[in-house]
Design a protein around this ligand. Structure first.
Ligand code: FE
Length: 234
């Protein structure tokens, strides 16, 4: 029998965009997750898939609690980048983010959140690189009106990228060789976002037509916050 495995088909699955946060001892962390879904209505249970290497995984395992902040459509890319591409082992991701202390001291991120859930873990399932944490929703609270950010919108409209540790990561196919039109492009080695001088980064003051070399040294990757020195020509 012929088998076919077109990984791009998996991109057609729909997801949202969330910050999952947890605390254990004096360690606190949050990360971007797209794989959050409801399992049962009575009692209300949801599941989240988290990479076993992530600090958030360690904190959920130890504390048995996590929060899920449901992100607004208008969330800036840099906010998602900070949570999605940086490791909480290297920096305190919660330091410059407004969060409140919830049940059992579990942090809840409120910046860019439409609503949040507080969840007590009841089961967990180990699946290769990831753990599915299943839990009972203890709090479900609305913070403001708005449209929830979807994974598709993040990719298609905002130009967002997927972390290598995400449950839905698919390795990119090799970039086509540079053509005259594509010359001068630089790629972020952290998140793979590409700076195209014909487009620039107008949102952060870099006008279309600005060569990469002319960008100020304090400019950072609009997706993940990596420094200019972490870009390579492609
Ligand atoms: Fe980046």
């Amino acid at each position: 029998m012929d088998t076919e495995l077109d990984m791009s088909v998996l991109y057609l699955l729909s997801y949202g965009m969330y910050v999952v946060a947890a605390k254990a001892g004096d360690k606190i962390n949050g990360q971007i997750v797209n794989t959050v879904f409801q399992i049962t209505a009575t009692p209300p249970r949801i599941a989240v898939s988290i990479n076993r290497e992530n600090l958030t995984h360690e904190l959920i395992s130890q504390s048995g609690m996590f929060s899920v902040s449901i992100l607004d459509n208008e969330t800036p890319l840099a906010f998602i980048g900070q949570f999605g591409f940086r490791s909480g082992r290297e920096m305190n991701k919660m330091e410059h983010v407004t969060h409140l202390e919830g049940i059992n001291s579990c942090p809840v991120v409120v910046d860019n959140a439409l609503a949040y859930l507080e969840v007590k873990v009841t089961n967990q399932v180990e699946v290769d690189t990831h753990t599915i944490f299943i839990g009972e929703v203890k709090t479900a609270k609305r913070l403001k009106e708005g449209t929830p950010l979807t994974y598709d919108y993040y990719h298609q409209v905002k130009g967002g990228k997927t972390s290598k540790r995400a449950a839905t990561y698919i390795p990119p196919t090799t970039e086509p060789a540079s053509t005259p039109e594509k010359r001068g492009r630089f790629q972020c080695e952290v998140c793979q976002w590409i700076y195209d001088p014909t487009i620039g980064d107008p949102e952060h003051g870099i006008a279309p037509g600005t060569p990469f070399e002319d960008i100020p040294d304090d400019w950072v990757c609009p997706v993940c916050g990596a420094s200019k020195s972490q870009f390579r020509p492609i």
